[in-house]
Design a protein around this ligand. Sequence first.
Ligand code: PLP
Length: 365
Amino acid sequence: MIPISTVQLGSDVERAVLEVLRSGHLAQGAKVAEFEREFAALCGVPHAVAVSNGSIALTAALQGLGLGAGDEVLTSPFTFIATVNAVLATGARVRFADIRADDFALDPSAVKDAVTGSTKVLMPVHLFGQTADMDPLLAVAADHGLRLVEDAAQAHGAGYRGRTAGSFGVGCFSFYATKNLTTGEGGMITTADDELADRLRVLRNQGMRARYQYEMVGHNYRMTDLAAAVGLPQLARYPEQVRRRRANADRLTERLRDVPGLVVPEVLPGREHVWHQYTVLVTEDAAVDRDALGAGLAERGVGSGIYYPKLAHEYPAYAEHPLVEVADTPVAARIARQCLALPVHAALTDDEVERVADAVRDVLS
Ligand SMILES: *Cc1c(COP(=O)(O)O)cnc(C)c1O
């Protein structure tokens, strides 16, 4: 079976983890500080604050901005549920706007229509490794005095007109096992705002600046040095890993672009895709529907994934939640029915990429 994702860590990671184990310093320390410096450099930002996971990165970013009851966050309903859970954890309200079919991210014109007097934060999700259309989103944020929090959990190093995901507002990243960069569990917040970075460092450490000197109500959001040691060697290899993901995506697109009823993913002008997922759409014109394509691929030894089968507000826990505004988002609803992700990860051999493309063509012929 060709898996949709794999974890392949080198002997340098094993050595780095052993070094930390033997040092006796396991909690947040020098390795976390080094990982933060290197990750800030990847994003082109002055500050990166490591936290325990991507969901906490989102929650802490919103808390750091002072968000709470009575405030509202505008985001995409076509996302991993952590985006929504983070907002609700702060006591703020969630409002959804529709997405675009070409980048699967917030549609700036839909966002403009959805802003209310209570909206405080605009939270685009850079889905599958491509950023949202940031210039028009930044313009809406500026017009309405909104802070921008980027859910960049899937977009480490993704580019937009010379800038990098996480450098437009407050960037929130995940290092979960399936992400392009992994520490098993882990997260990072990036920002150019000196005061916010300082606040986040105190917030993640029980609100302490120095031991038992509590400046605010905080929490334990810390990353371990063990996790940072797993992440650091991957940063050095990351540009090469992205080149391989890109080559795999280009080859899949070359082989699949002419299949009737199949829409291959686009790289929009000015954007650098890091291919966390290669997501095709299976339209009504295809020989079989999305679910049958997934089943046919499995029979042929090819893994695939549905990200995401439903919109956030289609689950009762959210639809009935008093702080969730259910919205009509027809583009997102269609994409949730048609999307299927194919293997694109850096560990695929050229032969495996061909097998993925052959299997798709075979099922849809
Ligand atoms: C993975 C992910 C998160 C949450 O990250 P965790 O590290 O799993 O908590 C948030 N948003 C999106 C879009 C994700 O893909």
